[in-house]
Design a binder for this molecule. Structure first.
Ligand SMILES: C[S@@+](CC[C@H](N)C(=O)[O-])C[C@H]1O[C@@H](n2cnc3c(N)ncnc32)[C@H](O)[C@@H]1O
Length: 198
């Protein structure tokens, strides 16, 4: 896959399948920090559900905070791709090692369609990073039905964060029973979205 340098100097990849980069061009690592870690108030001991492992940047940022993560990903070829990537976070080595087959209690990656793998999860999460590709190109993970499956697995008061502010995203989150509020504005004019399991 083609490498793309982003505004904070970190390198992401470009997905030909979805015709978009894996992260915001304004800054890949900045996006992990400001759109996911900060608004979800991630702290030591939290259990995070990561929807869309991708290149594992959001996961590495959560592991830096000493949180534990269960991540959902359908595309196993990425586990090889990321061995060539780098990120200025110590935890990225652990992410690469787990993607390479290492077992570690801090990170579990469930491989397969997230609509199926989520149904095998019995844990309850402190926060959710919802980061599939955009709703028009990756619609199956932005439905009311999928958000309901996610919500069932969230603790009371837990926050789901997503970069998308699209109408369909917010409408389907509301239909699934979340309270929806604006998230931070990072790298563009519109806010991201936070959904609270009240
Ligand atoms: C934008 S990327 C995620 C970037 C990632 N959060 C990171 O920090 O590097 C979206 C990911 O969702 C995965 N994906 C898309 N549809 C999926 C599905 N139905 N089930 C599981 N994973 C899916 C894609 O393969 C891709 O890796």
């Amino acid at each position: 896959m083609k490498k793309v340098e982003t505004g904070d100097g970190t390198i992401t990849l470009f997905s030909e399948e979805y015709d978009q980069p894996f992260h915001s061009r304004s800054g890949a690592l900045e996006e992990s920090e400001k759109k996911y870690i900060v608004p979800c108030k991630v702290k030591e001991g939290d259990l995070i559900l990561d929807v869309g492992f991708g290149l594992g940047f959001n996961v590495a940022a959560a592991l830096e905070k000493k949180a534990k993560v269960i991540s959902l990903e359908k595309d196993e070829t990425l586990f090889k791709e990321i061995q060539e990537l780098d990120l200025p976070l110590d935890s990225y080595q652990l992410v690469k090692d787990v993607a390479n087959g290492l077992e570690d209690e801090r990170l579990k990656i469930l491989v397969g369609d997230a609509r199926d793998t989520i149904k095998t999860i019995n844990e309850k999460f402190d926060a959710v990073f919802h980061d599939p590709f955009s709703p028009p190109t990756n619609p199956e993970l932005w439905t009311e039905e999928f958000f309901l499956e996610v919500k069932k697995r969230m603790k009371k008061g837990a926050i789901l964060a997503t970069y998308s502010y699209a109408r369909v995203t917010r409408d389907n989150l509301k239909k699934a029973g979340f309270k929806v509020i604006d998230g931070p504005i990072v790298g563009r004019r519109s806010p991201s979205t936070l959904a609270i399991n009240e």
